[in-house]
Write a protein that binds this ligand. Sequence first.
Ligand SMILES: C[S@@+](CC[C@H](N)C(=O)[O-])C[C@H]1O[C@@H](n2cnc3c(N)ncnc32)[C@H](O)[C@@H]1O
Length: 233
Amino acid sequence: MLCNERVGLAVRIRLWAHFFSNISYSRDLGLVTSAFRRRRRFRVPEETWLVTQSIGGYLSLKEAGLLYWAAAEWPVAGPVLELGSYEGRSTVVLARAGRRVYAVDAWSLDVDDLSAYSGGVAAADEAFHRFQDNLRRAQVEAQVDICRGLTQEVGQRWDISGAILFIDAGHSYADVKADLEIWTPHLLAEGLLLMHDVLGGVYLDVTQAASELLGEGWRVVASAGSVVAFARE
Ligand SMILES: C[S@@+](CC[C@H](N)C(=O)[O-])C[C@H]1O[C@@H](n2cnc3c(N)ncnc32)[C@H](O)[C@@H]1O
């Protein structure tokens, strides 16, 4: 084992130890166990990952694999509704897998969850311009519709059904619950719900909101990295 592989393993063990010491066992263990039982390695085509990895953002190779598989293989026709696009990492993966993507993001400091922006207003606008450039560079511009606004506001007047709903916008419990409540009715009955940052121990509010889905008619279909995919029972 190489030295930096050992460091990588040590960091992963620390993150998972942190995760397991912070989850609520009575509430989250069902979700975590289902997600681990359905963990799989999904492939992203090399040329897609080459374009994606140069984009700023928060999606790992494993997670990109699950998104790519979902968009390429989930047997329901219809677009992806993406909440939280930032500079376009997930958007590019989903679009390159062949789906139309509706990318909903405020790209603004009006959002409660500012973790994506450390540099102020300019950074939010800059992220938006980089998002547009990244779509052009990845040659998926024609496949993506940009919806700039707060997810909760855009969702109230939304009228397009999606085959896939990917949630990665606000990470507070209130934001995730509101996105689920407003946007899951726009997902087709057999559609697939993907949520980022459910596992891994950094966003325990997201873990909690995702756990509650299991009592609300959803089951886990697959997981990779921090992403969990759900379908209706
Ligand atoms: C974690 S980043 C998304 C990362 C992206 N999916 C990727 O693959 O790199 C979260 C994004 O959600 C947006 N956001 C957070 N809360 C939001 C809200 N309530 N409405 C709209 N956008 C929001 C932020 O502007 C930010 O760009």
